[in-house]
Design a protein around this ligand. Structure first.
Ligand SMILES: Cc1ncc(COP(=O)(O)O)c(C=O)c1O
Length: 382
C-alpha cells in the first residue's frame, strides 16, 4: 500500500478543508477530498522543487508552461481514453470553477438560460447566479442503471449552453455512448455550447469513461472539455486545470471576450505535480480505484441495513448519493447524521428538491469508514 498513513490523529492534524473545518468529535464525509495523499512520483516532483529551491519563472519543454501542460493533457487523453485532443486548442487555468465562469461570460449573455442536469455540483448553480445567467434544470431520471439524462427534452429558446458533468457528481453515474449521443443530438438541435466537466474521468470504478468531445461530428464546434489531475491524484490545492476547445473557432470566440492573461498562469508546483501524476501515477491510481470500489460496496451494504434507505452504487467518483427520505421521520437526513457525528453534504445543496438525500464521501480508510457507517446505521435504525 503506497498511501499515506491514515490514522485518525494524523488526519485530524491536516490543514485541508475536509479535516480542518470539521469538529473533533465528528467524521468528515462532506467536501470532495480524499485522505490518500498523492502518488510517490508527485511527492518526488514537489520535493525536487523544494530541495532545489527552484521557484523562479519556470521553463518546461520547448514552449510556455501552458503549452507544456497542453502537451501533457493531450498525451494523457490519448493514453487513457484513446482521444486525440489537439494541444493547440487548450487553455490552462488554475481551477475548473474559474473556467466555467469564463465560459459563461464568453458564450452566454446576462439573463440567458444554462441547462444543467440536476442534482448538480453546487458551484454550477452559484457560478450561473454569480454571472447573472439563469439555471434551467434538467432533472436526471432514475433508470435501472442509475441516474440518466432524459433523452427527450426540449429547451426554451433562451437556453444557450449546457453544463454536463460526466462522470457525474453527486450520483457517480458514468454516461454510456448512447446517452452521450443523445446529449450530442440535444446540443445540435438547440445550437448549444456544451461545457463537459470531466474532472472525475480517471475515477471510474466500473465501466469506461468516454470524453464527450471524442464523439466529434456536430460537437466539433461546440464542446469545451474541462479536466485536471486534482481529483484522481488528490492535489486540488496545487491548482492546475485544463480547458480544451473542440475547434480553433470556438477557442477564438472565447478569447474575444476573455483575455488570456485573465486566466492567470499555472504555478510550478501544479504543473510538475500534474505531469508526474499523468505520466507516472497510474499504478497508484489503480490501487486507489480498488480501495474506492471496496469502500463503495461497504457503503451500499450499510445502507441496505437501514429500512427504507436507497442507494444506487455509483460507477465512478468517491461519493455516494443516498436517499434517506423515508427513514428520517420528517427530519432532514443531513441533520440526523450531523447529530450522529458524521458530516455529509445535504442533498438540498445539489438540488433544492433533494433534501431527503445526502452526498457521502467514502474516500477514507476502511477503519474510519466503518466508524462512520456504524454511526449512520444506528442513527437511522433508532
Ligand atoms: C464536477 C466538479 N467540477 C469542478 C470541481 C472543482 O474543480 P476546481 O477545484 O479545479 O475548481 C469539482 C470539485 O469537487 C467537481 O466535483
Amino acid at each position: 500500500m503506497t498511501f499515506l498513513r491514515l490514522e485518525e490523529d494524523l488526519l485530524r492534524a491536516r490543514r485541508n478543508a475536509k479535516w480542518k473545518l470539521t469538529d473533533h468529535q465528528v467524521y468528515p464525509a462532506w467536501i470532495a477530498e480524499t485522505d490518500y495523499g498523492a502518488p510517490p512520483a508527485v511527492q518526488a516532483a514537489i520535493e525536487r522543487l523544494v530541495r532545489e529551491m527552484d521557484y523562479g519563472y519556470p521553463v518546461r519543454g520547448a514552449g510556455s508552461m501552458s503549452a507544456h501542460v497542453a502537451d501533457q493533457f493531450s498525451r494523457r487523453m490519448a493514453k487513457r481514453f484513446g482521444w486525440q485532443a489537439d494541444p493547440a486548442t487548450v487553455e490552462v487555468v488554475t481551477s475548473l470553477d474559474q473556467a466555467i465562469a469564463a465560459c459563461l461570460l464568453a458564450f452566454t449573455r446576462p439573463g440567458e438560460g444554462v441547462a444543467v442536469h440536476t442534482p448538480c455540483y453546487p458551484p454550477f448553480r452559484w457560478l450561473i447566479e454569480e454571472t447573472s445567467r439563469r439555471l434551467h434544470p434538467l432533472p436526471l431520471v432514475e433508470t435501472r442503471d442509475g441516474f440518466a439524462p432524459d433523452g427527450d427534452v426540449s429547451l426554451p429558446a433562451d437556453v444557450r449552453m449546457l453544463i454536463l458533468c460526466n462522470p457525474h457528481n453527486p450520483t457517480g453515474r458514468v454516461l454510456t455512448r448512447e446517452e452521450l449521443d443523445a446529449v450530442k443530438t440535444l446540443a445540435a438541435r438547440h445550437d448549444l455550447v456544451v461545457i463537459s466537466d470531466e474532472i472525475h474521468a480517471d475515477l471510474t470504478l466500473d465501466g469506461a469513461h468516454i470524453p464527450l468531445a471524442s464523439l466529434g461530428g456536430e460537437l466539433d464546434e461546440r464542446v469545451i472539455t474541462l479536466t485536471s489531475a486534482s481529483k484522481a491524484f488528490n492535489i486540488p490545492g496545487l491548482r492546475c486545470g485544463v480547458m480544451h476547445f473542440s475547434s480553433p473557432g470556438l477557442q477564438t470566440r472565447f478569447l474575444q471576450t476573455i483575455a488570456r492573461s485573465l486566466l492567470g498562469q499555472p504555478n510550478v508546483f501544479g504543473v510538475d505535480a500534474t505531469e508526474a501524476a499523468w505520466e507516472q501515477g497510474d499504478d497508484w491510481l489503480a490501487e486507489k480505484q480498488m480501495l474506492l470500489r471496496r469502500n463503495r460496496d461497504r457503503v451500499a451494504e450499510a445502507v441496505s441495513l437501514i429500512p427504507g434507505a436507497r442507494m444506487i452504487p455509483g460507477e465512478a467518483t468517491y461519493m455516494a448519493w443516498i436517499d434517506l427520505a423515508r427513514c428520517s421521520k420528517n427530519r432532514i437526513p443531513y441533520d440526523v447524521l450531523d447529530e450522529a457525528g458524521v458530516r455529509t453534504m445535504s442533498g438540498a445543496m445539489f438540488d433544492p428538491a433533494a433534501d431527503g438525500y445526502v452526498r457521502f464521501n467514502f474516500a477514507t480508510s476502511e477503519a474510519i469508514l466503518d466508524r462512520m457507517l456504524d454511526r449512520m446505521v444506528s442513527a437511522f435504525r433508532r
